[in-house]
Design a protein around this ligand. Structure first.
Ligand SMILES: [Zn+2]
Ligand SMILES: [Zn+2]
Length: 308
């Protein structure tokens, strides 16, 4: 099974349009980018999780073949506005052989998505499959359990997914996929001790004001310790909203002071805010090893492909 990280950025991607902060500057200098977060699971079945505004570019790179299903986490544009790109799978299918692509979403998310994409249903590009938190469903070879995630009152249909599949050795494993969230109100038992965890790290440090309800790496650490992923954790949906010492762009609306920035357990200065991919991975390694945590945490990046 291949997991491809198509995009790993927050709602507006990084570097962000019209942003000259030190993080965006450094990323431009290094030619790094994070498109909107979306992943592709590929074995006999190909499953796409979220389909944002970068879907065209992402699927051009990694979406050759068929898509057997799309899971949508919630009704925010960065997670569904690319659904029209699925038209290409119908257009390029031999005449008469196309089956509408199942799109799995909660009824609330569907209400929002339908306003924009009802024609995709009418033209049989997609087939809507309503899902319900707490109820397993089958998408090709994948068994999927949606569970409620809290992502503020402006995202009522927000869910994460426990996805069960067989790894390379034929063993049944679980991946816990969380998208934008700040709490998991009623975590199902099967969410604990997964082999893999995908979790957002919108900031390194928890900001003074957590709006609009996202997960920082700092708080994410609590979830990693709670859920105890056995093999590997991947950070996604990363942004540029941490304040960086001495950055004139710290006055921007999106930049909040950290509440109490991460520091080594022995005390001392906070960990510097990472500006690029290598610094992110190094910082995460340091934090994990300074705390003696037994977890492998990978800072994902666009086009990262992991075979499991
Ligand atoms: Zn988002
Ligand atoms: Zn969102």
């Amino acid at each position: 099974m291949d997991i491809t990280f198509l995009g790993t950025g927050g709602a507006w991607g990084v570097p962000e349009v019209n942003c000259d902060c030190l993080i965006c500057r450094e990323m431009r200098r290094k030619g790094e980018k994070r498109e909107r977060t979306s992943i592709l699971l590929k074995n006999q079945t190909t499953l796409l999780i979220d389909c944002g505004p970068d879907a065209r570019a992402q699927l051009s790179r990694h979406g050759k073949g068929t898509i057997d299903g799309v899971l949508i986490t919630h009704e925010h544009s960065d997670h569904y506005i690319g659904l029209d790109e699925l038209f290409a799978y119908k257009r390029n299918c031999p005449r008469g052989s196309f089956e509408p692509i199942p799109v799995y979403l909660t009824p609330h998310t569907h209400k929002v998505v339908r306003r924009r994409f009802e024609y995709l249903e009418e033209m049989e590009v997609i087939r809507v499959c309503p899902i319900e938190p707490g109820r397993w469903f089958q998408a090709g070879e994948f068994q999927v359990l949606p569970f409620d995630t809290f992502h503020g009152s402006f995202a009522k249909g927000s869910v994460g997914f426990v996805i069960r599949f067989r790894d390379l050795s034929g063993r049944e494993v679980r991946m816990a996929y969380t998208s934008d969230f700040s709490e998991i109100p009623d975590p199902p038992k099967v969410l604990f001790n997964p082999e893999y965890l995908v979790i957002q790290a919108f900031w390194l440090n928890e900001p003074m004001e957590n709006r609009p309800s996202h997960m920082s790496f700092q708080r994410g650490l609590d979830f990693i310790e709670l859920l105890k992923p056995g093999r590997e954790t991947f950070l996604v949906h990363m942004g540029d909203a941490d304040m960086v010492a001495g950055d004139p762009a710290n006055t921007a609306l999106k930049k909040y002071e950290p509440k109490s920035p991460l520091r080594p357990p022995s005390g001392g200065e906070p960990y510097p805010v990472p500006l690029n991919q290598a610094q992110w991975q190094e910082t995460v390694h340091r934090i994990i090893s300074d705390r003696n945590l037994p977890y492998k945490v990978t800072v994902s990046h666009d086009d990262l492909m992991v075979r499991v």
